[in-house]
Design a protein around this ligand. Structure first.
Ligand code: ADP
Length: 193
């Protein structure tokens, strides 16, 4: 056990550690908004970390595929890493499809209620297919990617997310501001628009 607690580490950083858990379909806008929020927080002097589903899968989770069981393990490991970073005093932004309610709940339960914000990055499936920023829907629809969320694997939308972002209705700046507003009200940042 470390003699220095998470409160002491956070105090040194002068910030209130939190986890922002961004969930949504591929192409909904999670990474785009996560990057915008991280940049705003960084400009304001906050120490942040972005855990992106893709990056996690390159390294720590490169033994996992996209079966339901592996998706569950992907979320579990990412949540545990986020928790360690939270204890290090950071504001952690997790950007993962994280399709299942149960695993998002397990991630939430790893940390304090006031330390976790679930952000539903919401866009209709048809719009995500049109955007298809990585060409993944085209490949999934051609049968080249098994277990693809929204096509051949299910997505369970959050029932009570702290923040609900409609990326079909608002631009990235407005949505990032919606998150920053909640962080200001929670006392995580005083970062202005
Ligand atoms: P995800 O991380 O959810 O898979 P990405 O952020 O990688 O999604 O891709 C979303 C795509 O949609 C990007 O090309 C982005 O420029 C575009 N986009 C258009 N409007 C929005 C918006 N309002 N919010 C977020 N992304 C948007």
């Amino acid at each position: 056990m470390s003699a220095i607690g998470k409160g002491a580490r956070a105090e040194l950083k002068g910030q209130r550690p939190s986890i922002l858990w961004m969930t949504g379909l591929s192409g909904a806008g999670k990474s785009t908004i996560a990057n915008r929020v991280e940049e705003a927080l960084w400009r304001c002097g906050h120490h942040t970390m972005l855990l992106d589903g893709d990056n996690m899968r390159f390294g720590l989770n490169n033994d996992l595929a996209f079966t339901d069981a592996d998706r569950v393990e992907n979320i579990r490991r990412t949540a545990e890493v986020a928790k360690l970073m939270l204890e290090a005093g950071l504001i952690v932004i997790c950007s993962l499809i994280s399709p299942f309610r149960r695993e998002r709940m397990l991630a939430r339960q790893l940390v304090g209620a006031d330390e976790f914000l679930e952000v539903f990055v919401d866009a209709p499936l048809d719009l995500c297919k049109q955007r298809d920023p990585k060409g993944l829907y085209a490949r999934a629809l051609a049968g080249q990617i098994p277990n693809f969320t929204g096509i051949s694997s299910s997505y369970e939308p959050p029932e009570a997310p702290e923040i609900h972002l409609r990326t079909d209705m608002h631009d990235v700046d407005a949505l990032a501001e919606q998150i920053l507003d909640v962080l200001r009200r929670r006392g995580v940042t005083v970062c202005g628009p």
